[in-house]
Design a protein around this ligand. Sequence first.
Ligand SMILES: [Zn+2]
Ligand SMILES: [Zn+2]
Length: 254
Amino acid sequence: MKFTVLGCYGGRLPGKILTSFLIDDSILVDAGGATAALDLPALKKLRSILVSHSHLDHIADTAMIGDLIIGPDLKTVEIIGLEHTLSAVKDHLMSYTLWPDFTEIPTKEDPVYRLRQEEPRQAFQVGDYEVELVMVNHPVPCAGMVFRWDGGSFIYTADTGITDEIWEVAKNEENLKGLVTEISFPNSMKAMSEMTGHYSPCHIDAELAKIGKPDLPVYIYHFKPAFEETLLKELAEIEHENIRPLVQGETIEF
Ligand SMILES: [Zn+2]
Ligand SMILES: [Zn+2]
């Protein structure tokens, strides 16, 4: 699996792109800021967009991508997610008030987007991968994702505060090659993290201990740009050799 970090921030400032990851060339995982990183030919290669939850830093660019890829060579792209997330996209973002409804443009038969609702803990196929959604702890329904392929698997927790189920899944995954999870606010704002369904660096050790795999490579995303410097410093202080921040633009092979 080729995993490219298009954006790994939970807020936008110049040079800081909102959460978006590209798997191989055709699967987008969250659509915060993909259009700030991919050119038009690359956007036209997308076949599936998996969205973890309805917050804007994860879905905003479904609107922008839809607008860009429309044209004579359009191939319908599926947006995959929980019922809550898909209804946020269709009934709010693309309701013709904020943006046109790209699930019926240019035609209902061959639209820009087709919505594909999936249920937690029921595996389904996306391209070459078996994917399973696992609910995590966030103020709106939010799904972490397990990707499995022949001989390996990878987990993206999406935005979450203190949680258990996805760590249990990670613990039982036999060939887990890597895991991406988040930190959002510095340790001085621990209460804020807990109130808003996020982690501070001080939560990470105890959460990862639930997996019981000290050698597992763990990568961190979702830095709030206002606190990036402090977050990176506090992350470096965690005594866990295999944790490191994701770097915008990098590609990791799992
Ligand atoms: Zn977020
Ligand atoms: Zn969120």
